[in-house]
Write a protein that binds this ligand. Structure first.
Ligand SMILES: [Zn+2]
Length: 408
């Protein structure tokens, strides 16, 4: 930490050849404080704001003259420099419409707010860039964290920013500064297409119409599933502590965010896909801020009735609504995994050429190839081992979307 040193020297001559002197040294510092009024993990896409409390040490009795206070928002790059993103409005008391990136050092402890939407003149767009944090993957191979592009006027993308609170001297030199990371979650919005919903509400019988294979989902059951599908995906993410927020279709979200579409038939462009789920927006290190993953319910309702354990009568029918929900959750997590870069076929993550885990052991892991996953497991039938993230995939998700600063 650089320090401000102000020296007051008082000397007086009391007697002939006798001196008395006093030396008064003040070292100015700043400190970010965490308490119930602060929020260092926020989603500007969901309209939230970061709340940062800064303390001046020692607290001024009025103000320190000749100095100004600022909070810059930067990204710390791998080459040791800072990439400027925004300045926080540090004079909120001036009211709406006013914006000051400086104030007098006239407070002891104060909360400052950042809306996460950099706008000219204090904020700016920024190029995709490489940060300092390093992930160690397969065989000790490493990769630096990547920061997606920032677009002025839009909420900033994940994963994190560094707030730099500083005091500057009269010639604009920084006298003292302190830093704090501010985390931004990845938002995933669920969208349900009407023909997928009507398919689920109809259920499925065998062709003779004698056996109910998939139970129909009632209107109230579906209304509950609208929110319980994203909530179920959230549970699996919260278990590992990655900074991802699933929201349902009725939540207002500003770009950038990613989308999971629950559809009947998967059509991307003019191409039709016969798959339970797919995405074409794979993004290693989550560099790309946009992306759509699809869950194709029509494919499930077509092919599950022909599953061998249905044919031979060992699969208890009908499939229940909560089991359809589990299938949606698992497929959502799997397609999101691809949109976050799992499992890149490179020397860090070591996926196969279909971007799935090598050696899927019975489809237990979420990023195993779908062909390895039994329907018993998709539907989370009792007696079948629960699906989960493979450890390296879990560590990667926590690295690209961290929730808190690692203590060195
Ligand atoms: Zn896949």
């Amino acid at each position: 930490m650089k320090a401000l040193i102000s020296i007051t020297l008082e000397m007086g001559i009391a007697h002939f050849h006798t001196y008395s002197a006093s030396l008064n040294i003040t070292v100015l510092g700043l400190r970010f404080v965490e308490d119930s009024t602060t929020r260092h993990n926020f989603s500007p896409s969901l309209g939230e704001t970061a709340e940062m409390r800064v303390e001046v040490i020692p607290p001024p009795s009025g103000h320190y003259s000749g100095y100004t206070f600022h909070i810059g928002i930067v990204r710390e790059l791998s080459n040791g420099t800072d990439q400027h993103i925004d300045w926080v409005n540090v004079q909120p008391e001036q009211g709406p419409g006013a914006y000051y990136n400086w104030r007098d050092v006239d407070f002891q402890s104060k909360v400052f707010t950042w809306n996460g939407i950099p706008s000219v003149p204090f904020g700016q767009s920024a190029l995709i860039s490489t940060g300092r944090d390093v992930f160690t993957g397969a065989d000790g191979n490493t990769v630096n964290i990547r920061f997606p592009a920032v677009t002025a006027g839009q909420p900033v993308p994940p994963p994190f920013y560094t707030a730099v609170a500083m005091i500057k001297g009269s010639n604009n030199n920084v006298i003292t500064e302190t830093r704090k990371r501010i985390f931004v979650p990845q938002v995933v919005k669920m969208v349900y297409e009407a023909d997928a919903v009507s398919l689920m509400k109809q259920g499925r019988f065998n062709t003779a119409g004698t056996t109910n294979i998939i139970q129909k989902i009632s209107d109230p059951e579906w209304e509950e599933m609208r929110t319980s599908i994203p909530a179920g995906a959230q549970e699996f993410i919260d278990l590992i502590g990655a900074n991802i927020r699933f929201v349902c279709d009725s939540t207002a979200v500003s770009p950038p965010y990613k989308t999971i579409r629950i559809v009947n038939r998967i059509v991307i462009g003019n191409r039709h896909y016969s798959a339970l789920g797919i995405t074409r927006d794979f993004s290693f290190m989550n560099e790309s801020m946009i992306g759509t993953g699809y869950v194709g319910m029509g494919q499930l309702y077509d092919i599950f009735p022909r599953y061998s354990n249905v044919d031979n009568g060992t699969f208890a029918l009908p499939v229940k609504p909560h089991e359809i929900r589990s299938h949606c959750i698992r497929t959502t997590l799997h397609e999101c995994g691809h949109m976050f870069g799992l499992v890149a076929d490179n020397n860090v993550l070591g996926g196969d050429n279909g971007k799935h885990n090598l050696n899927p052991s019975g489809g237990i892991h979420i990023m195993d190839d779908g062909t390895a996953v039994t329907y018993e497991r998709r539907f989370r039938r009792p007696g079948h081992e629960e699906w989960r993230w493979r450890e390296l995939n879990e560590e990667y998700l926590k690295f690209i979307l961290p929730k808190e600063e690692k203590t060195p």
